[in-house]
Design a protein around this ligand. Sequence first.
Ligand SMILES: C[S@@+](CC[C@H](N)C(=O)[O-])C[C@H]1O[C@@H](n2cnc3c(N)ncnc32)[C@H](O)[C@@H]1O
Length: 407
Amino acid sequence: MSLDNDEAQEYQAVIQALTSFLNFHNYQLETLIKPRVDTFTSLSVEDKTLIASWYQKHTSYLKEAIDLNSEFTKDLASKVAADWGIQPQSPEMWGSDCYTALQLHQLEKTQGILLQLMREWSDEGFKERQVGYNLIMLELEQLYPETKTRLTVNILVPGCGLGRLVFELVCKGFKTQGNDCDYHMLFTSNFTLQHCWVAHNYSFFPFLEDQQPLGNIGGASGAGGVGCTDYGNIINHSSRAMQLRPVTFPDVSPSARLSELQSENPGISYEDMVSITAGSFVELYGDGKDDKDEKIRKELLSGEKFDVVVTEFFLHTADNILDYIRTIRDLLKSGGKWINFGPLLYSTPKPSNNVLGFAKEDLVELIPKLGFDFEKHESGIESTYCQDQRLLVRYTYQCDFWVCKKL
Ligand SMILES: C[S@@+](CC[C@H](N)C(=O)[O-])C[C@H]1O[C@@H](n2cnc3c(N)ncnc32)[C@H](O)[C@@H]1O
């Protein structure tokens, strides 16, 4: 069977993402260890003598942490490859030739995934994710106070990242579909929801590399998660130990909980209760201009529309925010709600200059013109994103929260 051009590109994207998990070890050695060793070698004898005892010890601790990270990313990739019917040991994904062929941004995404896991699925990320989740959950609990009726409520979460919000909504009793377009995200949410039966079963080191401030927080054409990687910069840490803090994962046991929920609700299939679709939001759920996705779109929606669309740290990923808003509107039932939390940074740096940028006031004026009524709107809610909370310099986003009703 031969693949058409689009399918071949998709297959390549899948292979590249898996390869970056499998070869993450080489990348971390190159970005973290090589510069340290080179710098040390270039020092004068006097300077070497001054720092040798702790500098070299720290380098060897970093190597151990890198080994452990690699065990984790390899395990993840092997399990996901098996789920997706791909042979993880195939030569096209493994070894130094594959590593050399990998695009840097694929490896940076893998680093971003460790921070994203920290945000969404660790105790360390609890405070950060609660800022948005609390507002969203409170609103939904007020809208649907009767737990028993919630399985008739369809929620969509576009740009769902690693699926934590989807999981939380299902635990609250809602039928929830997530959507994401990034294979790193999709593989990792697949791994977390399907293969994590025991809480705190894994540990990894997400803070070895520095996190860039206004890095790409998940644009469609950029990294799936946060932007990152600044040559393993330790200068933003107060101590060496801070750089070497492990994080255990997951903080709950998602696979076990979802399985329990399925047994408690035998009247609904697992896929109806919880699912994550793969593809670009507008292409998959939009007005169907793209023929390739039209069939999938029809199957997904099957004439049914959503009661609620929840967007969290998602709107800024749009090349054209108007397309996102129209798509959200068209997916919602009349009177349905759009709940949004996040920063309104539409001008996330992208390779193309075709990003339609707006100031917040423009957007707030446009939303009612596109068929919504603002029922609630708060601004200036401070939230971090995939942030190591112990860094000396930290970045905080000024977020907006709103609830809009489709007219
Ligand atoms: C900043 S992350 C937010 C993830 C999650 N909602 C959270 O709050 O942690 C943005 C997510 O949107 C996804 N994304 C970006 N553009 C997308 C698109 N056009 N369609 C679907 N998902 C997209 C990215 O892959 C990423 O997972």
